[in-house]
Design a protein around this ligand. Structure first.
Ligand code: PLP
Length: 406
């Protein structure tokens, strides 16, 4: 049956988004990856263009998606076990590589156990909707990632509150006000905030949580999504926990950013992980990552946890510092910090689009972030430095930025 009226309504909605500058628009299609050569990092060819692009918007902070050992591990396991899992985990979709990966992740984070999901988004949604009961109060940072916002929305807590970004006094007050009414309190935050590269002080959150813990019969539980922190942050890549000397009770990470593969995970106590295997819907009713992806991710974790990983992190920090100070020298505003997310604050939707266009025309892939992804007035270009970038690559980007006449 034709649905002309529905199609017209949907098309009008898309047109309005594009017109307002907040739509995502046409996707750039990567048609080829050109390996690094003489002082330059990898380049990318985009379908429909002969130009070679420097990629300043990849989450693969350590370049592990192109690492030969990681690729070889995926190939070997895929040959051994097949291209897809063929079932969800509890039916017959659990492969040895999933268990090896879970053990490796638990060891890396010094936890009792870990559980792997098809993505970090699924991990967060599933964990929050399982942990949050009608007798739970939830407190969430106002700049948390979309998966947290929706995880909280999909849950049925006794009450939910949003505290101003990083505001520990507000969190302290909120936990105090709900004491005595709820059994359990869940405090949920990004580790590294993906739009700005700033981070939650987990030791401060631990302090506030422990101050109120005795008032909640089932504790104050600190849940941290450190998808952008693990593998990019901290001397050994253990993320925001390492950087701020704090600890999550429930730590969520992704395998699809610094680890360069695909999937997400939760790590914590044996009881937590056993509970999630029984209760979390996206683990129970949705296929896992492939056996090949699990094998590749396990190798990525082991590379990070080796002298090669420490070397990569050192280079990443050097490149990040150099790019950040370069931006300021060229006259742009950024939010300083050691994380390889380097925002260029434009603070205007049209100017953001114009600058992204200028970069694209000069062979640079970068992402403009507008409302509602970021609050109005915080429109920005999110640059992401990665291990594959050389000083020459970053100097080129800075020279193109300095040529912009907005
Ligand atoms: C904080 C945060 N959590 C979760 C995700 C989603 O990760 P995944 O692609 O593994 O679902 C992202 C990705 O942008 C993120 O920034």
């Amino acid at each position: 049956m034709p649905h002309a009226r529905l199609d017209a309504a949907l098309s009008a909605e898309v047109a309005a988004l594009l017109e307002s500058g907040t739509g995502k628009g046409e996707e750039a299609v990567i048609a080829a990856v050109i390996p690094p050569r003489s002082g330059l990092g990898p380049r990318y060819r985009i379908a429909g263009s002969d130009q070679q692009f420097v990629r300043m918007n990849s989450n693969s902070y350590l370049g592990l998606s192109l690492h030969p050992t990681v690729i070889a591990a995926e190939e070997t396991a895929t040959r051994q076990f097949g291209a897809g899992p063929g079932a969800v985990r509890f039916i017959s979709g659990t492969y040895q590589t999933h268990l090896d990966l879970e053990q490796r992740l638990a060891g890396f984070h010094e936890r009792e156990a870990a559980i792997v999901y098809s993505s970090a988004y699924a991990a967060v949604l599933s964990t929050l909707t399982s942990l949050i009961t009608p007798e739970t109060v939830v407190f969430s940072d106002e700049l948390n990632h979309n998966c947290i916002i929706n995880g909280v929305r999909m849950s049925r807590p006794e009450s939910r509150g949003v505290y101003p970004h990083l505001d520990m006094d507000a969190l302290d007050r909120a936990l105090g006000e709900s004491a005595g009414s709820a059994k359990r309190a869940v405090v949920i935050t990004d580790g590294v905030f993906s739009m700005r590269g700033d981070f939650a002080d987990l030791s401060a959150i631990n302090e506030v949580a422990s101050r109120h813990d005795a008032s909640y019969p089932e504790n104050v539980v600190v849940v941290v999504d450190d998808s952008h922190g693990v593998g990019a942050y901290g001397t050994t890549g253990r993320g925001t926990e390492e950087e701020t000397k704090g600890e999550a009770d429930v730590l969520v990470g992704t395998l699809g950013k610094a680890f360069g593969v695909n999937g997400g995970y939760v790590t914590g106590t044996d009881s937590l992980v056993s509970f999630l295997r029984e209760k979390s819907l996206m683990y129970i009713y949705s296929n896992p990552i492939t056996a090949g992806e699990a094998a590749a991710a396990e190798i990525s974790v082991s590379i990070l946890d080796s002298p090669e990983g420490v070397e990569m992190l050192t280079h990443l920090r050097e490149m990040t510092t150099s790019f950040e100070s370069g931006l300021v020298e060229v006259g742009y505003e950024t939010i300083p910090g050691p994380h390889p997310i380097v925002p260029l604050m434009v603070r205007d939707t049209e100017q953001t689009a114009a600058l992204v266009g200028h970069l694209f025309d000069n062979g640079i892939l970068a992402t403009g972030l507008n409302f509602p992804v970021v609050p109005k007035g915080n429109e920005e270009i999110r640059f992401q430095v990665n291990v594959g970038h050389t000083q020459a690559d970053l100097d080129y980007v800075l020279s193109v930025l300095s040529d912009f006449e907005g």
